[in-house]
Design a protein around this ligand. Structure first.
Ligand SMILES: *[C@@H]1O[C@H](CO)[C@@H](O)[C@H](O)[C@H]1NC(C)=O
Ligand SMILES: *[C@@H]1O[C@H](CO)[C@@H](O)[C@H](O)[C@H]1NC(C)=O
Length: 214
């Protein structure tokens, strides 16, 4: 008899636990924020999203400064403030390069030489990888741009589509900027306005743009 009660009690407890686990929590966790971000970037029901594009070059000191000292800390704060899902940050390595494609053969000339073409291509490969989260990508890009000779230790590698991806970055950049005057150039919803503020106080500038758009 006692055993039966214990069994029933245990079953009830189990059911309560299972139901609790299945109830979606209303608080968005950082993980759901990240998923939400994916939906938002293709999304219909976006509250107000800022599409931020960073046109950069791996061997450019100003790009390094921007990614390490501005973008990375800002992203950390966006997550802390629960606003990261209101931004869609796209990294586009190309900059002051020239690209040609003839009969399926790609040729590139990069501002800081051959090595920069190779590094930009490797970054393009990472950025294109759909299995890696934006968080991890940014971590890896910061690691590589801080010390480009250590790029492979940061986990970045060549990929078979590398040349094509780099070539496409050139097309994307040209479509948005025409001729690029300064590397890096940051656009917010396709606008290059407030470039100085974006480069020197990225967090503050984006927060102020988010506030006006909320
Ligand atoms: C930026 O562009 C996105 C996508 O087109 C749009 O949903 C959003 O409202 C825009 N935000 C601002 C502040 O203009
Ligand atoms: C962000 O959201 C988490 C839970 O989702 C909450 O605990 C935290 O207080 C929020 N932070 C801010 C700054 O609103």
């Amino acid at each position: 008899m006692r055993h039966r009660y214990i069994l029933i009690a245990c079953s009830l407890i189990a059911i309560v636990i299972i139901c609790y686990k299945l109830t979606p929590s209303s608080e968005p966790s950082p993980e759901t924020d990240e998923l939400f971000k994916g939906t938002l970037s293709v999304g219909k029901s976006a509250p107000s999203l800022l599409i931020i594009k960073v046109f950069y070059e791996v061997l450019c000191p100003d790009s390094k400064y921007f990614i390490v000292k501005q973008l990375y800390p800002a992203w950390t704060k966006f997550k802390m403030m629960n606003v990261s899902h209101l931004t869609d940050i796209q990294l586009i390595p190309f900059g002051k390069a020239h690209a040609q494609m003839q009969k399926g053969e790609y040729t590139f000339e990069c501002q800081h030489g051959e090595e920069e073409c190779r590094l930009n291509r490797i970054h393009a490969c990472l950025i294109d990888d759909k299995l890696i989260t934006f968080d991890t990508k940014l971590e890896m890009i910061k690691c590589s741009i801080s010390n480009p000779t250590k790029t492979s230790q940061c986990g970045l590698t060549e990929c078979s589509k590398g040349n094509q991806l780099l070539y496409e970055n050139g097309i994307l950049q040209k479509a948005d900027l025409g001729k690029i005057d300064f590397v890096p150039t940051i656009t917010v919803n396709k606008s290059t306005q407030n470039q100085y503020e974006l480069l020197k106080n990225f967090y503050g500038e984006i927060v102020s743009q988010l506030k006006t758009s909320l």
